[in-house]
Design a binder for this molecule. Structure first.
Ligand code: PMV
Length: 340
């Protein structure tokens, strides 16, 4: 096989981010912006990451060593409860070598590979760019070397890579980027990862994404901030988000979009109370609410995209544009990881 190209979508939480870390369910949609990864055999490990303006070439052993180092640092972090060393080690473009090294180690591959990354999921937007990349990378390398991985196996390794970036993530992001569609996700032993296709077979329409600004804090830091809140303050809000997710499932099934809007706005209220919203997100949400729609921040928040809904999509787009934001109209519940 000469070259393999794969792609995986980003994701957007319809509801349930942050609460999902505490075992509450979340509804997450694969979003129609994809990360493409091409892999070719080579005598070294080389990587070209277009959007990061990054190129590098290293011996296979060195890259596998980088993968092992990240793994050791994560284990240390897991013992001490402080993941800052692994976060520092995996920061920025270094994650390219960390991820490739980890995949080679996990699959027992001792050969070189040349990787080309074309990332169309906007970075740092709450749309799961790192999960989309990880899933596409694992699929590309495994296909190139003839490893017949199930989606569950791809997802298992992707979760490992997400741990290097986020410490102890819920696993919702990588699962949605891997399996695609609309996913009911709940952390547990094992996780519940359920396609909602049968319950919600229709196309989700009239959702628009509004990008606010690059978050100043990482997902790991924002999750930690919520964890640092007093449990008596945090818990009722986490529980309220969990209940709203259960109600959202019923509202979507019944196509009751009045209720869907109410729940989206409630989720934003609770996320703001958990102190992960920022004035830029609040402003978009208020304006969308004013015109009779609904909006909430996505992912870890702290910036990134706002998910907006209104039955009159043109009116929604006009409102978002009116305060200088170019809306993104992405399809929801798209196909998961695939070979191109
Ligand atoms: O910001 P993102 O796209 O990495 O999403 C994070 C979602 C959280 O629920 C805040 C964390 C998690 O692990 O699920």
């Amino acid at each position: 096989m000469d070259m393999v190209t794969t792609s995986a979508p980003g994701k957007v939480h319809l509801i349930g981010e942050h609460a999902v870390v505490y075992g509450e369910p979340a509804i997450i949609a694969a979003v129609g912006m994809r990360c493409f990864v091409s892999a070719e055999k080579s005598d070294k490990v080389s990587v070209v990451f277009k959007q990061g303006g990054y190129e590098n070439e290293l011996p296979v052993e060195e890259v596998r060593g980088i993968g092992n180092k990240a793994s050791d640092l994560w284990e240390d972090g897991n013992k001490s409860g402080d993941f800052s060393n692994v976060f520092d080690f995996c920061k920025g473009n270094k994650f390219c070598e960390v991820s490739i090294g980890t995949v080679l180690n996990d699959l027992g591959i001792n050969e070189g590979v040349s990787i080309n990354i074309d990332q169309n999921v906007p970075l740092g937007s709450g749309l799961g760019s790192s999960a989309a990349y990880s899933v596409a990378l694992i699929k590309a390398i495994s296909e190139l070397f003839g490893k017949n991985l199930s989606l569950e196996e791809v997802n298992r390794i992707a979760y490992r890579l997400e741990q290097f970036k986020h410490g102890k993530p819920s696993g919702g992001d990588n699962s949605t980027c891997c399996f695609g569609g609309l996913v009911w996700f709940q952390k547990g032993n094992p996780n519940t990862i359920k396609s909602m296709k049968e319950e919600i077979p229709y196309k989700l329409e009239n959702f628009v994404l509004a990008y606010t600004k690059k978050p100043e804090k990482t997902t790991g830091e924002l999750v930690q901030m919520v964890m640092n809140l007093e449990p008596e303050y945090r818990e009722p809000r986490i529980k309220a988000l969990g209940r709203a997710t259960l109600e959202m499932r019923e509202a979507l099934k019944a196509k009751d979009f009045g209720k869907v809007k109410e729940l989206i706005n409630l989720a934003q209220e609770k996320l703001a109370e958990l102190k992960v919203s920022i004035p830029e997100i609040d402003k978009v949400c208020e304006k969308v609410k004013e015109i009779g729609g609904a909006a909430k921040g996505c992912g870890a928040l702290g910036g990134g995209v706002v998910l907006c809904y209104h039955e009159d999509k043109e009116k929604l787009i006009g409102t978002i544009k009116s305060f200088g934001i170019e809306p993104w109209e992405a399809d929801l519940a798209v196909e998961g990881v695939r070979k191109e």
